[in-house]
Ligand binder design. Sequence first.
Ligand code: GRG
Length: 281
Amino acid sequence: MKYETFFKKEIQQIDKALESALPGENQYPNSIHAAMRYSVFPGGKRFRPIMVFSACEASGANPSNGLAAACAVELIHCYSLVHDDLPALDNDDFRRNKPTCHKQFGEAMAVLTGDALLTIAFEILSKVRPAARAVSLVQELSTASGTYGMIGGQVADLEGLNETLTPSRLDFISIHKTGKLIKASAVMGAICGGAGKLVRERIQKFGEFTGLAFQLVDDLQDGDGYARIVKAKEVHLRVRDLIANAKREVRPLGKKADKLMALADFLLNSIPRGEHVSVDR
Ligand code: GRG
């Protein structure tokens, strides 16, 4: 089954919640609200919010307990894409099959759109109850997004642009730029699901393994990062190991972890066809 079909219900629920969380385009100042919505809809895979839901379910709770956290992490992700596309960073003209935010609304508005998406993510989390849960979620997401996480990884990536990167530097970049937000999605799902310490640790490790795997798959798809310094076959084998480790962590949780397992499998299966290797391990 296709990813979009398997997670159709989750994607619809996330889109509906994002729809009502964002200010309407007719709310003054209309232009920024239009640009925010443009950058969030239509969405991409919604991988991170689906991770929140799946981790919440694996903790034994109703996945929709994680709805606010799911929206918050997707908004942070959308902000990072808007800023990453800017001329000062990647200078991309297209994102999700349409002109990038700055191409459509201008650079100044795109900077502010990213800022606004980042800010509203934490406004949404601040309303979670009990308040202690809101604090834990804010801690998790802010740490993963800032210089200990995504921004730190992006800076290391930027500074390494004209260098031949070592595997350990590439690991740092991948783990921080991409992996931390995915790990935070898993941990936030566990927090919203009321997971105990041991279950939360398992889910966190699942998030760490799949977070790194996500970036390696992206490298294989784009011929970038690891795919530049290591043979595609080796990257593929590493992804397989990471996915196997991720699944091993949550297997003891039983049926509750079925969605996490499926998410891990979809990641493995999204490796470009040409890069598949038939090695039984
Ligand atoms: C500029 C603040 C700032 C951060 C940059 C996430 C990031 C850090 C940059 C985006 C560029 C990029 C390709 C990063 C690697 C992470 C990644 C694979 C992003 C794409 O995520 P998907 O595949 O996108 O989940 P969709 O469109 O499906 O949501």
